[in-house]
Every structure is written in structure tokens, then in C-alpha cells.
Design a protein around this ligand. Structure first.
Ligand code: RFL
Ligand code: PHB
Length: 386
């Protein structure tokens, strides 16, 4: 089999890239290791920037998003019980949308006309440093080969694409944090209209939501914590302790329908192009989820990559593919900085001690008193221009 582009990974990045190429008349095969149900069962991001919404429009996959997505004009920050609303609309005239990554993925799956190859085992990219790359995979005991012009590695942090690049050709930048997020999904109305990000001496907490009847809550836990140690009751008790009293009072609890722990990490690989292989999304970079940037960054990578691959295939110009890595890395590092900053402000760091906590408090007080500081938060949270 032969195609223009083989995309490895059918998460939001791979599916969006496939859809943009399909609409432009560029053939692409998508290879995914897991089943569609498994991919849809992963509960992840919840906040979309305007740029991501625009891209869903371009992908002709946005009908449900516009009907069901919740426009949020701001967020609430809480620091040891003191609250500050950051009013995006008043500060910079922009907003975000709450619409789950699961729904984005489902809409992109439904929009795609060509089949996606699910449960593809042992996917391997080959010869991408030459002119004739190809990808092999196994299905039902048979090995298949797809020849192509380009390979897009959209296979997440643990995928095969980045690992296939000679390690001497890559520079990796990484920071791990000594904590993770324990998340819970519950069929109860959200505690507040907007998201609440809370700093407390017991650790960070986040009140998020998926719909008017479904909520998503997180608490900071040590990095080696075991999810089995957290009954629903223990989770709700801990969350209440970390919120300001009025918010805690409004909390509606119930049995969890999903509970998991995600480690926090900052990570960037450079460069993002090796001959005819490109990395995009979590395969290329990870941000801690505090700034709600991961999915949005993955989407902006593939918007640039799609344009580059369309230009290369249809106009036979390599300008876009040559510029891809440097162009997207600029935006990636700005999102890394913001995500690191939000994480540093809102979590408790065992190693920083009393001095570190005073600095965090001063940062919060500065935010409360400075419109300029609030504007900076607002423009980063709602998404910097590409
Ligand atoms: P994904 O979603 O990991 O998809 C990669 C796909 O590749 C497949 N795969 C392979 N396929 C074939 N062969 C192989 N060898 C393969 N190896 C892997 C995988 O099965 C998978 O289907 O990466 P992608 O598409 O780059 O998307 C990135 C986003 O998923 C991620 O950045 C966000 O979820 C991050 N994130 C958030 N981002 C936001 O923008 N806003 C948020 O509010 C937000 N909240 C979050 C988050 C991530 C979280 N976790 C669990 C890490 C909250 C959490 C808790
Ligand atoms: C979520 O709803 O899962 C969510 C929202 C905001 C974040 C991270 C996660 O910053």
C-alpha cells in the first residue's frame, strides 16, 4: 500500500492532522495501537482555546461542540481561602470553552471519511532519513507495510516515533515534579460556574467540569501515591479541606465514575523534524496540566504541520516542512513557561519551605492587585496567537 502521509497515533493530534489532510485532498493512513473504545475511555483535557475551536470549525467537526460546549469568561483562583476571579472577557476580550477531550476525539473520529487502522501492533517507522520512508505494523499475525512521502509521529509521550530517532539527533529538556494529580469524574453538577484553581498548604486542588451535570475534580498527591489508597470519601474530605469554605459548602459529592493519578512533567524534544519524520503533540512535548495547554498545543502543532504537508504534497514546496520545527517550538516554549509558572504558583513544593510559600503568597497578592499581571495570565490561559 502507498499513501502520502502515514500518521502514527489516533489521539486528538493524529485525528486532527488526518482530517485536515483529508479535506485538502492529501491521502493519509492513521495507525493506532489501541481500540477506539480504549482511546475514548481516556479522561484527559477539558478546556479549549479559541484557536482549537477554530481548528474544529476548519475540520468541519464542530457542530456538537458549538451546541454543547460551555463558554467560560474567567477562572477563579483561591489561595489559602482568599479568592480572586480572573475575568478574561473584561481583561482582554477573550474566553475559553469547556468541552472534553473525549468529545473532541469522538467528533474527529466521526468526521473522518477514510478508515483508521486500530489495534495496529509493533508500528515502526523506517528510512525516514532518505527519500522513501515506510511504516510497518502487525495485525492479526500478519506484517503490513505502507510506503509514503512523510511520517507524522502523533503517538504521545510513550510512542514509538520519538524513540525511533537516533538519540544523538535529539536534545531533551525535562523537569519532573514531586507530585501528581489524582482526578475524579462524577455525575453531579459542578461546584461553581467557572473553574476553581486552589492553592492550600495541604496541596493544590482544581474544580473543573464537563457539562452542567458532570464534574471533574483534582487534588495534588505525592508522585508515588497509589490510587487504591483513595476511597471516594477520602477524596471528597481532602478536596473540601483545600477549598475556601463557601466553595466547600456547595460541593455535591457522589460515587466516582473514573479515578486516576497523572504524574506532572515538563518536557520538550528538539528538533521536531528528522528528514521525513515529524513529531507533534505529546510525542514532542509535555506540559503539566495546570495551564490547560497540552491538547491546545497539540492542535496548534498539527495545524502548522497540516499546512506544511499540504504545501509539500500539492505545491511541491518544502518551505513549510523546513520551517515547521522552529516555528512550533517558539509557541511550545511559551506554553511550557506558562504551565510551569501556574504549577509553581499553585502547588506545594516540599523542598521550598517557608520562604517558597511566602514568595507564592506574594505572587498571588501581586496578581490580585495588578491588572497588568491579570492580563498576562488571561492572554496566556486563553491562548497566545500562533
Ligand atoms: P495522545 O492523546 O496521547 O494520543 C497519542 C495516541 O497515540 C497512540 N499510540 C500509538 N499508536 C500506534 N503505535 C504506537 N507505538 C503508539 N504509541 C501510542 C496512543 O494510543 C494514543 O491514542 O497525544 P496527542 O494526540 O498529542 O494529544 C495530547 C493530549 O492528549 C494531551 O496533551 C492533553 O490531554 C493534556 N491535558 C490537557 N490539555 C489541555 O489542553 N487542556 C486541559 O485541560 C488538559 N488537562 C491533560 C489534562 C492531560 C492529563 N493527563 C491525564 C496527562 C488533564 C490530565 C489529567
Ligand atoms: C480538566 O477539566 O480536566 C482540566 C481543566 C483545567 C486544567 C486541567 C484539567 O488546567
Amino acid at each position: 500500500m502507498r499513501t502520502n502521509v502515514v500518521i502514527i497515533g489516533a489521539g486528538p493530534a493524529g485525528l486532527m492532522l488526518g482530517r485536515l489532510l483529508e479535506l485538502a485532498g492529501v491521502d493519509a493512513a492513521i495507525l493506532e495501537r489501541k481500540s477506539p473504545d480504549y482511546v475514548l475511555g481516556r479522561i484527559r483535557a477539558g478546556v479549549l482555546e479559541q484557536g482549537t475551536i477554530d481548528l474544529m470549525d476548519r475540520a468541519e467537526a464542530s457542530t456538537r461542540l458549538h451546541a454543547e460546549g460551555l463558554i467560560h469568561h474567567g477562572i477563579d483562583l483561591s489561595f489559602d481561602g482568599d479568592r480572586q476571579r480572573i475575568d478574561f472577557s473584561a481583561l482582554i476580550g477573550r474566553h475559553v470553552m469547556v468541552y472534553g477531550q473525549t468529545e473532541v476525539t469522538r467528533d474527529l473520529m466521526n468526521a473522518r471519511k477514510a478508515p483508521t487502522i486500530y489495534e495496529a501492533e509493533d508500528v515502526e517507522p523506517h528510512d525516514f532519513d532518505g527519500k522513501s520512508p515506510y511504516v510497518t505494523y502487525k495485525q492479526g499475525g500478519t506484517t503490513h507495510r505502507i510506503d509514503c512521502d512523510y511520517i507524522a509521529g502523533c503517538d504521545g509521550f510513550h510512542g514509538v516515533s520519538r524513540q525511533s530517532v537516533p538519540q544523538t539527533a535529539l536534545t531533551l529538556y525535562e523537569r519532573t515534579y514531586p507530585f501528581g494529580w489524582l482526578g475524579i469524574l462524577v455525575d453531579k453538577p459542578p461546584v461553581a460556574d467557572e473553574l476553581v484553581y486552589a492553592h492550600h498548604e495541604r496541596g493544590f486542588a482544581l474544580c473543573s467540569q464537563r457539562s452542567p451535570t458532570r464534574s471533574r475534580y483534582y487534588v495534588q498527591v505525592p508522585v508515588d501515591e497509589n490510587v487504591e489508597a483513595w476511597s471516594d470519601t477520602r477524596f471528597w474530605d481532602e478536596l473540601r479541606l483545600r477549598l475556601n469554605p463557601e466553595t466547600a459548602e456547595n460541593l455535591q459529592t457522589g460515587p466516582s465514575i473514573e479515578k486516576s493519578i497523572a504524574p506532572l512533567r515538563s518536557f520538550v524534544a528538539e528538533p521536531l523534524r528528522f528528514g521525513r519524520l515529524f513529531l507533534a503533540g505529546d510525542a514532542a512535548h509535555i506540559v503539566p496540566p495546570t495551564g490547560a495547554k497540552g491538547l491546545n498545543l497539540a492542535m496548534s502543532d498539527v495545524a502548522t504541520l497540516a499546512d506544511a504537508l499540504i504545501e509539500a504534497t500539492i505545491e511541491k514546496s518544502s518551505a513549510g516542512v523546513d520551517a515547521y520545527s522552529a516555528k512550533v517550538l517558539q509557541r511550545i516554549w511559551k506554553a511550557e513557561r506558562f504551565s510551569w509558572w501556574m504549577t509553581s504558583l499553585l502547588h506545594t513544593f516540599p523542598e521550598t519551605g517557608a520562604f517558597g510559600r511566602r514568595i507564592q503568597r506574594a505572587e498571588f497578592d501581586y496578581l490580585c492587585g495588578s491588572q497588568t499581571a491579570q492580563q498576562s495570565l488571561a492572554e496566556n490561559y486563553t491562548g497566545l496567537p500562533s
